[in-house]
Design a protein around this ligand. Structure first.
Ligand code: ATP
Ligand code: MG
Length: 589
């Protein structure tokens, strides 16, 4: 167990104290009895219906008489609201699928989306999947270069975007995207009529009845680019069968119940915003909140309050920003509807877990997965006692292990507490089926039956998994292997620290020394006294071998669009090395 986590007592959940009976109660029994075939049967019925993601997410509910339920509660940036029922979503996505068919965009062709979170984005996603085309959502804040890079790799045939984004970012690269045949623009298209179709006009003339063709489990459905935290983003390909994992992990890891109001704060441009911001909640027939606006602490507390959100899924970066906004703000809001809060994307410091317990009245439940895994793999599920700083346990159906990997052999490390690479036994439905255009890189992720994640972890004697760091970020200092997460978590506990990123800086004696980049909370000024105070604080918690030797203050840390600290960039800047692919770096596009 990381030393810093030892300071944090487990958060217990005595049976019967949860507000809703948890879907995953007795872990050992659920793991022993789980089979993917059963999960598939539960979702598809017996005999099985169409495996098409859009059918299972939307049309299935309408066919079962649940068409009047609200699927999307959309909140516009300026206070506008729009509700879309499952029936609305069915008809509009049928129309969109017919538009694709009329434009000769067929099965296997890639449809890109570059849009803010507006209802049309969700309609396009569902319609694309109905047509068995491949959906690839991009962050609307991307600049022309990252858009071009991804659309070239993905051979995008059609793009759904807005007139403003088109003019600013796409018009200039369109000539060098030979595969791009059609652009559909959401909103007033004005003088772009020669170059593009209007979303409303094509939808209004298309039929709103579309028969979803029989879809094979292995038909491609989604293309998601990784966050680019460690290098050039990879295009992970996912198939329709992934929906079985989206569905079952929504049930087990996020404890979805049909009556939930669910809010996933991620943009669909990041895999979380599609797997859990579109597909998983809809397969459960929930109502999901979609907020067009970007992060704003007061707005977010107001949404949790006013929409009576019951299940909330967010990321450590957002939690850190809420923490930074201070404890006074949430006191003005009634957050009592919330019964489960989850987090993904980066390690969640124990500090963040505890913040949830204090401010929301619920600890934050960390879970772990990747673009490549398509869905949650390791989680703190609702009924589980939380050990702050741990990412939880593998979900039923997922076999995870800490392994040593040499040449072509993988050895599972049985001893509790020993570090190694986190590996998953290949074969779950939402496992990626390739990196588009990078066959060799894909093959290198596997050894025998194991998928190697590139993350380092350890397992404690009770089967809790602890994230150590990405293999690329681990620091080797004077014979110690140091995970940046452990160091960052300890520094985060200092009252002045809002955020911290830690790297290994080459050193002639120690190999590497630990260096920390610290951003302060409002009200604290950088200075020598504070620097020494944080150094002393870290030493006390971590010991001199692991504590940073150097600390510098910074206004802000470089982050990906999905909110992850880019340690590789801190390191490249420190060493004056090339900065590498910056296409996902947050900042002005
Ligand atoms: P790239 O692969 O392009 O470098 P990325 O790995 O950040 O980018 P994602 O697929 O979005 O792209 O992120 C998955 C990674 O995020 C994981 O491999 C892990 O390093 C980190 N991660 C996600 N959830 C957690 C978590 N709960 N705890 C610790 N790390 C996490
Ligand atoms: Mg990755």
């Amino acid at each position: 167990m990381p030393e810093s986590a030892m300071n944090w007592p487990p958060i217990r959940k005595p049976p019967g104290t949860l507000r809703v009976a948890p879907n995953l109660g007795d872990y050992a029994t659920a793991v022993a009895s789980f089979s993917w075939d059963d999960a598939r049967r539960e979702l598809l019925g017996d005999p099985p219906g169409n495996i098409n993601i859009a059918y299972l997410a939307v049309d299935r509910h309408v066919a079962a008489g649940r068409g009047d339920r609200i699927a999307i509660r959309w909140l516009g940036r300026k206070g506008e609201r729009r509700n879309l029922t499952y029936q609305d979503l069915k008809l509009a996505s049928d129309s969109f699928a017919n538009v694709l068919r009329d434009l000769e965009v067929g099965p296997g062709d890639t449809v890109f989306a570059l849009s803010e979170r507006v209802p049309e984005l969700y309609i396009a996603a569902i319609g694309t999947l109905k047509n068995r085309s491949v959906f690839c959502p991009l962050f609307p804040a991307f600049g022309p270069e990252p858009i071009h890079q991804r659309m070239s790799i993905g051979c995008g045939k059609l793009l759904v975007t807005t007139p403003m984004l088109y003019k600013r970012k796409v018009a200039q690269i369109r000539a060098s995207l030979p595969d791009l045949q059609h652009v559909i623009l959401i909103g007033e298209i004005g003088d772009l009529i020669e170059e593009a179709h209007g979303f409303d006009s094509v939808i209004s003339i298309a039929s709103d009845q579309f028969t979803i063709p029989e879809t094979a489990p292995e038909d491609l459905a989604l293309l998601h680019f990784t966050s680019g935290t460690t290098g050039k983003p990879k295009g992970a390909m996912h198939v329709h069968d992934a929906v079985v994992a989206h569905y079952i992990t929504g049930k087990t890891a996020l404890d979805f119940h049909e009556s939930d109001i669910f809010w996933c704060t991620a943009d669909p441009g990041w895999v979380t915003g599609t797997s859990y911001g579109i597909i998983s909640p809809l397969t459960h027939g929930l109502t999901m909140v979609v907020d067009q606006a970007d992060f704003d602490a007061a707005r977010w507390y107001r949404i949790l309050q006013d929409e009576r959100v019951t299940v909330w899924y967010t990321a450590p970066t957002a939690i850190r920003m809420l923490m930074k906004a201070g404890p006074g703000l949430p006191r003005g809001f009634d957050l009592s509807a919330l019964r489960f809060a989850g987090s993904v994307g980066e390690p969640l410091n124990p500090e963040g877990v505890a913040w949830g317990a204090e401010v929301l009245g619920l600890p934050i439940h960390d879970n772990w997965w990747q673009t490549e895994t398509g869905g949650i793999m390791i989680a703190n599920y609702a009924a589980m006692d939380i050990r702050p700083g741990s990412m939880g346990k593998p979900l039923p159906g997922i076999e995870a292990a800490v392994v040593r990997h040499e040449d072509d052999a993988v050895t599972v490390i049985e001893a509790p507490g020993e570090e190694g690479e986190l590996a998953l036994r290949a074969g779950w439905p939402s496992m990626f089926r390739g990196y588009l255009g990078e066959e060799e890189r894909y093959r290198k992720c596997f050894s025998g039956e194991w998928y190697l994640t590139g993350d380092l972890a350890r397992v404690d004697e009770d089967g809790y998994f602890w994230f150590v760091g990405r293999a690329d970020d681990v620091i080797k200092s004077a014979g110690h292997l140091i995970g940046p997460f452990e160091v960052e978590s300890a520094i985060m506990e200092h009252p002045a620290v809002a955020e911290v990123g830690v790297i290994g800086k080459p050193d002639p004696v120690a190999g590497e020394i630990v260096k920390a980049f610290v951003a302060l909370k409002p009200g604290f000024e950088p200075g020598e006294d504070l620097r020494l105070d944080i150094l002393g604080f870290a030493r006390k918690r971590l010991g001199t071998a692991v504590a940073p030797k150097e600390i510098v203050f910074t206004e802000d840390l470089p982050r990906t669009r999905s909110g992850k600290i880019m340690r590789r960039l801190l390191k490249a800047r420190e060493l004056g090395l090339p900065e590498g692919d910056l296409s996902t770096l947050e900042g002005p596009a």
